[in-house]
Design a protein around this ligand. Structure first.
Ligand SMILES: [Fe+2]
Ligand SMILES: [Fe+2]
Length: 200
């Protein structure tokens, strides 16, 4: 790819430094680094990856009540919004981050915005950009959980296999903890195990 112009990177970095905790800022840089490695391993263009990764958690500095306020003020009509607000408002940060990317940084590319907004629950029919951003986020160097090493290994070899492992792990974790499962996570899962079902 053409590298992102330095002035754009600088502008985003300075925004993130102001709006994110140090840990979240470092996580963002780690996600970006991992995504670049994945792009190179899978021989895909880094086009779009840089900006999607840098902005994927742009709204993560907001507390849950601020995320809810943001979504309502911006009139973002999201599927299952009431359920998200009631059960797991932190999911909103991915949609808010996409909105910040659009409004603050003028990102108009639909693929970049989708990769940002689907980095928490996934989405049906994820493309390579979506998968790389999703996997880079959950395998960033600051992540610590039992499956993370295996996920890193698989992500660098087979994005779909790594996605199935990651979604399975996330869904099982939610069910084990008797939490509300966002239907979008089920749709993402289904699209990886029965990808052509809609074409039948
Ligand atoms: Fe996130
Ligand atoms: Fe993240």
């Amino acid at each position: 790819m053409k590298n992102m112009p330095k002035k754009d990177v600088d502008k985003i970095i300075s925004y993130l430094k102001q709006h994110l905790s140090k840990a979240r800022f470092n996580h963002t840089l780690g996600t970006w680094r991992v995504a670049r490695q994945l792009a190179s391993k899978h021989k895909v263009s880094r086009d779009k990856i840089d900006i999607a990764c840098l902005l994927h958690d742009a709204g993560k500095g907001l507390k849950n009540r601020q995320l809810i306020k943001y979504v309502k003020k911006a009139k973002m009509y999201l599927p299952y919004l009431k359920e998200i607000i009631k059960n797991n408002p932190s999911i909103l940060h991915s949609f808010v981050s996409a909105d910040i990317a659009r409004k603050k940084f003028g990102v108009r590319d639909k693929e970049i915005l989708k990769a940002i907004s689907s980095h928490t629950i996934g989405s049906p029919c994820m493309n390579t950009l979506d998968k790389i951003v999703y996997l880079a986020d959950i395998t960033a160097p600051d992540r610590r959980y039992p499956l993370v090493k295996r996920l890193r290994w698989h992500a660098s070899r087979d994005l779909d296999k790594a996605m199935r492992m990651a979604l399975k792990n996330k869904i099982q974790h939610v069910i084990k903890n008797k939490k509300w499962l966002h239907p979008g996570a089920v749709e993402s899962w289904n699209s990886f195990v029965a990808p052509n079902v809609s074409k039948l």
